[in-house]
Design a protein. Structure first.
Length: 412
């Protein structure tokens, strides 16, 4: 299978290293795209990738790509997945799949309509430790599951893609998705109630929270996270007859403890230096995707579209509760970023080039710019600059509709 890498960041580098653990005749990397030519060339040189792009449109049209691994910042998952799917490319999209349920539904529905494979890259599903854990729970070894306790305390707020709303940051999208996934993996059902309390940062993202998910028969999942503190990054599963402990990193474990007995699950052998813990385990996911692709499957049985939708719906509800109970402090820029997820839906094939004032993430192709006075919303001498793809059908009338929506409804 011929992989195309949409991004040349740290996780993409780990993915390349992990692929070296697999059969080279079954996994090849034929192209990489990044808005940074320097990063793309560096990755291409290191892993002998023949085709390098700075244009996402040109990359999407490359006939030598069988499947795209998309690992950009969260905010770009939706528009770039849509672009790839519209160009006939199956997509493995890094978690979290999108910033909200509406975007996720659009991506999945488009993939189905195009009859293309699409999967959220939640690699935890494919670790041998979790396959063993599933068997242990199903066997009744620890009895009926009563409680899950999962924590993710990681001082990462200095990292832009974690702390900035403009990049889809925040704990829910960057890390807590693993905790919510774990709850679904264990209980195999939707939570009956969701309760969350936490803090929203000055940049408009969720910085910390304590979350309780309740399930039938009184079972609960207690999830806690903080992006500004180092601490626990492990999980406990309590049953009526015993417990399972998943040490750090619980999302990519190489061992677990069952009633005090340690069981090890060695990772694929690799001498590479990885950016993230146990990233050699990305090989498990890549091979599972290849097998799905070879069988012509449109989704992976280990992590279905329904699983992805269930997780993002829980995230949306937690975010709603956090936003409802906090007065969000914002600058004019972050206020606009805060409302961008609530914009009316734009036709998927119209790739929005620039959501934010003073930032142009997609500057590789011809584009047109429109600057509009927004002083009535943001204060004196304020404006928004939108940049759209040159062949976009989004005209000035639609622009005015969006801006009117922000000013009239967004502030509510």
């Amino acid at each position: 299978m011929r992989w195309g890498l949409c991004s040349a960041g740290m996780i993409a580098t780990d993915f390349c290293n992990a692929l070296q653990c697999l059969n080279p005749s079954e996994h090849k990397i034929t192209a990489v795209v990044s808005k940074s030519l320097e990063k793309a060339k560096k990755l291409a040189d290191e892993f002998k990738i023949p085709n390098v792009y700075t244009s996402y449109e040109e990359f999407a049209k490359d006939p030598n790509i069988d499947l795209v691994y998309l690992s950009t910042a969260n905010i770009f998952h939706h528009p770039l997945s849509i672009l790839m799917l519209n160009n006939g490319k199956p997509v493995l999209c890094e978690k979290t799949c999108a910033c909200n349920t509406k975007q996720t539904e659009e991506m999945i529905e488009l993939a189905k309509s195009k009859k293309l494979f699409f999967m959220e890259a939640l690699w935890s599903n494919f670790f041998p430790a979790y396959k063993a854990l599933r068997e242990i729970i199903d066997s009744g070894t620890i009895g009926q599951i009563r409680h899950i306790d999962a924590a993710f305390f990681f001082s990462a707020f200095s990292i832009d893609y974690v702390s900035q709303h403009s990049l889809g940051g925040g704990g829910l999208l960057c890390s807590t998705v693993y905790q919510i996934w774990l709850s679904r993996f264990i209980f195999r059902e939707e939570p009956e109630t969701i309760t969350a309390v936490g803090t929203i940062s000055d940049t408009g993202v969720d910085q910390s929270a304590n979350i309780i998910l309740t399930y039938k028969d009184g079972a609960r999942a207690s999830l806690s996270y903080n992006l500004d503190l180092d601490g626990r990054r492990d999980a406990y599963i309590y049953g009526s007859k015993g417990k399972i402990y998943i040490p750090e990193p619980f999302w990519s474990p190489a061992k677990i403890e069952v009633n005090g007995e340690e069981r090890e699950f060695p990772l694929p052998k690799s001498d590479a230096k990885y950016n993230y813990p146990n990233s050699a385990g990305l090989a498990y996911q890549a091979e599972a995707v290849r097998q799905c692709f070879e069988k012509g499957q449109l989704e992976c049985p280990a992590h279905t579209h329904s699983d992805t939708l269930s997780i993002i719906k829980v995230i949306d509800e937690i975010r709603r509760q956090l936003e409802e109970t906090h007065q969000i402090k914002t600058t004019p820029l972050t206020k606009y970023q805060y409302f961008i997820w609530r914009l009316p839906v734009i036709d998927p094939d119209q790739i929005l080039r620039n959501h934010y004032v003073g930032i142009n993430y997609f500057s590789t192709d011809a584009s047109r710019v429109m600057e509009t006075d927004c002083s009535s919303f943001f204060g004196n001498n304020s404006s928004l600059t939108f940049t759209f793809h040159s062949n976009s059908r989004l005209n000035e009338q639609r622009m005015r509709q969006i801006l009117t929506w922000i000013m009239d409804d967004g502030r509510k």
